[in-house]
Design a protein around this ligand. Structure first.
Ligand code: NCD
Length: 307
């Protein structure tokens, strides 16, 4: 399995997507410590270049790279010459000139990632760690791995709900692409009209207005963070009314299948889109998603360096 870059789930063949998930599953025991694979990327340098805040994605990429034996350059954008006006492209080329082989990029600007890739040396690898509203392919992969671990590899019988702020969510876009490739039986989307994209993202999905109806008999529930930092004007009313209409509480969880799993990419707005007792409840797999993130990112790093 090899690919030079991972910019979007949509760039993957179905076989490549499945191979990455299979490899991540194999790597799972090594991902959380005791890696025996430290010779794999010896002599290679990986740099997380994050122009936007991150806890999970940046940390797990750094752990994944070091568990494969790469040198990791923990570049801190917030304290860099970016503050003096240096452009993102000049920043990337400066680090590339020091021998970075692979950039893991997060940016708030849709399209910036491809511009960085085009400005780099042809052999430099790029992995998307979230760009604007567009893509977050490794999150899509870790979400699919988590679903597979609980529900098996046949997605055709699954009813998956994606709820909340889909408009601003690169997690939802990558998740939807992956679910469609894997042949998910039914994808229900639910959220306020003001937070539903009208750009074709929801093609093939069932739009359900009432959250209670969306939850009925669901096997997998993917909650999304209300992304207030990306809202130019108030797209939702009060947080209390948002929770009343679209918040996941135990009453709504009880409407789903008894073995339904509850997912959230993090960071959570507790009490806004998800109640504490659901986030921390028996059916929550939210911290399993985080653990799977390390394994998935090891699989992706291996694949880009195999190219
Ligand atoms: C997400 C992101 O940054 O897109 N976080 C993550 O990577 N787990 C989701 C979010 O910010 O809401």
């Amino acid at each position: 399995m090899s690919l030079q870059h991972l910019l979007s789930i949509a760039d993957l063949e179905p076989g490549q997507l499945r191979a990455l998930l299979d490899r991540a599953q194999e790597l799972r025991p090594l991902a959380l410590g005791g890696s025996t694979l430290r010779a794999t990327l010896q002599g290679k340098t990986v740099c997380p270049l994050f122009f936007e805040a991150s806890t999970r994605t940046r940390s797990s990429f750094m752990l994944a790279a070091s568990r494969l034996g790469a040198d990791v350059l923990p570049f801190d954008v917030a304290n860099s010459s970016g503050k003096k006006g240096e452009t993102a492209i000049d920043t990337m080329r400066t680090l590339e000139a020091m021998g970075v082989d692979c950039f893991v990029i997060r940016t708030a600007i849709d399209g910036e990632l491809r511009a960085l890739r085009d400005a780099a040396k042809p052999e430099t690898r790029f992995i998307n760690a979230g760009d604007g509203r567009s893509n977050h392919p490794t999150q899509g992969l870790l979400d699919m791995l988590t679903i597979r671990q609980h529900k098996g590899t046949d997605f055709s019988c699954l009813k998956v709900v994606i709820a909340g702020d889909i408009l601003h969510s690169r997690v939802a876009r990558s998740g939807l692409q992956a679910l469609k490739i894997l042949g998910c039986g039914e994808i229900r989307v639910c959220g306020p009209d003001s937070l539903m994209p009208d750009d074709g993202t929801l093609e093939g999905c069932k739009r359900v207005s009432r959250f209670d109806d969306a939850m009925a008999g669901a096997d997998v529930v993917m909650m999304l963070r209300l992304q207030r930092e990306r809202m130019e004007q108030g797209l939702v009313g009060s947080l209390e009314s948002y929770f009343a209409d679209y918040g996941l509480d135990t009453r709504r969880v009880a409407l789903a299948a008894p073995d339904a799993i509850i997912m959230h990419p993090g960071p959570m707005n507790r009490g806004v889109e998800i109640a504490d007792d659901v986030a921390d409840g028996q059916q929550s797999v939210i911290f399993e998603q985080v653990s799977n993130g390390v394994a998935v990112r090891m699989a992706v790093l291996q694949a880009v360096f195999a190219a």
